[in-house]
Design a protein around this ligand. Sequence first.
Ligand SMILES: [Fe+2]
Ligand SMILES: [Fe+2]
Length: 629
Amino acid sequence: MKISERLIQLNNLIRDQFPENEEYLFLFRKLEEGIKDLERQVEIQSLAGAELNRVQEQSTVLEIILDTARELTYADGGTVYMIQVEYYDDPFNPGEIKSKALSFEVLQNETLNIFERSSSTNKISLPPVPLDKAGKPNHSNVSAYCANTGWIVNIPDVYDAEGFDFSGTKKYDQTTGYRSQSMLVIPLRDHENQINGVLQLINRKDQTGKVIPFTDQDQAIVQSLSYQAAVSLTTQKLLKEQVELFNAFVQVLAEGLGEKSPYTFAHINRVALLTVSMGKAVDEWAEGMYEDIHFDADQHAELELAGWMHDIGKLTTPEYIVSKSVKLQTLFDRFELVVERFNSKAKDIEIEALQKKILGMENDKGERYFIEVEKEKNEALQELATDVHLLCQSNLGGEFLSKELEEKILKTASITRKEYFQLNTKMVLGERKILGVEASRNGQVGPLISEEEKALLLIQRGTLSPEERLIINAHSDRSWRWLMKLPFPRKMMKLPLYAGAHHETLSGTGYPNQLKAPQLPIQSRIIAIVDVFEALTAKDRPYKEPMPLSKSLQILGFMVKDNLLDAEIIRIFLKSGLYLDYAQQFLNEDQIDEVDIDQWIETYYPKDFKDSLPAYNRIAEAKPLQENP
Ligand SMILES: [Fe+2]
Ligand SMILES: [Fe+2]
């Protein structure tokens, strides 16, 4: 039972004994009104407290504050301003303030039926109120004065007020026909007692609707509300700053990687972008196996960050491997050395021919002999030229190595030349160290291409050797481990898995942890598909030609057939038209060829493909528990 109801009971008891006492009845009525008002305030404040606790967006928090303040004080209108600080972009003096102003965040006026609020995409179109004018604190504007001094301002009638410039308010009244009268202006402070905004209420009304001045009690109530608001605003601000700091940190890391390998940076950018779009497509797709999978705003943000961070482990992958454009590349392309050896072999051939000619002269050989020697030499040089040309081709890498090139490499590897100087080397802690040079007066037999070069040139796909592939593959394990060390907020705790598992496959043949389908969340599957599709279609890779759209989708199809990628996500990717939007934005025109979506689904979508998502992907979209009534 409420206190006011108990009071009425008490009154009924006492009134029987003093039925005619006017003074008693008057006092009792006042007491009853006061208590009812207090009960109303408590109810409004506790409702506001519960709401403030629930919302996260700053504009909603501010709107609740103004709604509540107006309800508590019977104010007709009000404004919430927040202090916006602009800093100089000076690396030698970071954090130096350039200007401070009060921006309009929420604007309400019951009589004029105005209810506006600024959001990240839509700002209230009124110019901010500067906190400084000509290098001095702005004290002429009442809200700026309150923000600068921290004083509460309570004005019975702004038209009679002295010391403040209300010309703007009066002009506004003229255009709207409104009459601004009483005003209460209160600073909003944060947890460090710093003023970060101002709450301005206008035209307090009494029970008859007449405008009256704000009372001391109004002032006290609004002040107490402002303390409650400060907690909400501070929490919300800290959370926002935490997210902004983290996002900026991720950007800096990605840019750091970009300085090492510009195309990797471009890859990360495109993967993040397509991951976001793919997340939206899956979320919005209202048919098929994943029709009930939905992501909330936090999950979309988490997925985007995972896209940004998926290859972060490449930061420490050696640069020559990340951007390896030809098979013989280390810090430079070793094909130069091969060409030098071919040059020396050509000289061997020349010398051999000259020696034969000298012998011929000494033995008085006829003209025919010399023609034959010259012919032999030219043929040998021609063959050498053909060999080096084909080796140059095989150094480039590609989708596969032809049999012809493979045979040529093996044949060339058996050719020898004379070496007058040979390196004396030894392996020390896994590294080849040069100990000295051995000289030979008559020359020793040496290979035209070394065993290591032969193995590299024989790489069947791409430019990476198995050892280099292991090194580059380690990036996903590193991404995963590094991300696990970051104390993500509860809502983002799965991010390391989403990012780290982008090279895992549904069949369990991926890396680094050979996870299988039931362990792979839909988010990891999305990034895995985006990662492959971006890599296939990219037009800026140093080691391969841009691939046509149809061929890229065909390869995705093969990967679906091999149970590596999620068929349903690719179906949504195709059916939603997202693949084409992406292609039109990022592919060369000649890459965008005809693709038959239905034919793709008919050919590659496995008839027995089943939803194998981990349980939490399903729980995420389950209805929240009913709130306590
Ligand atoms: Fe990767
Ligand atoms: Fe990647």
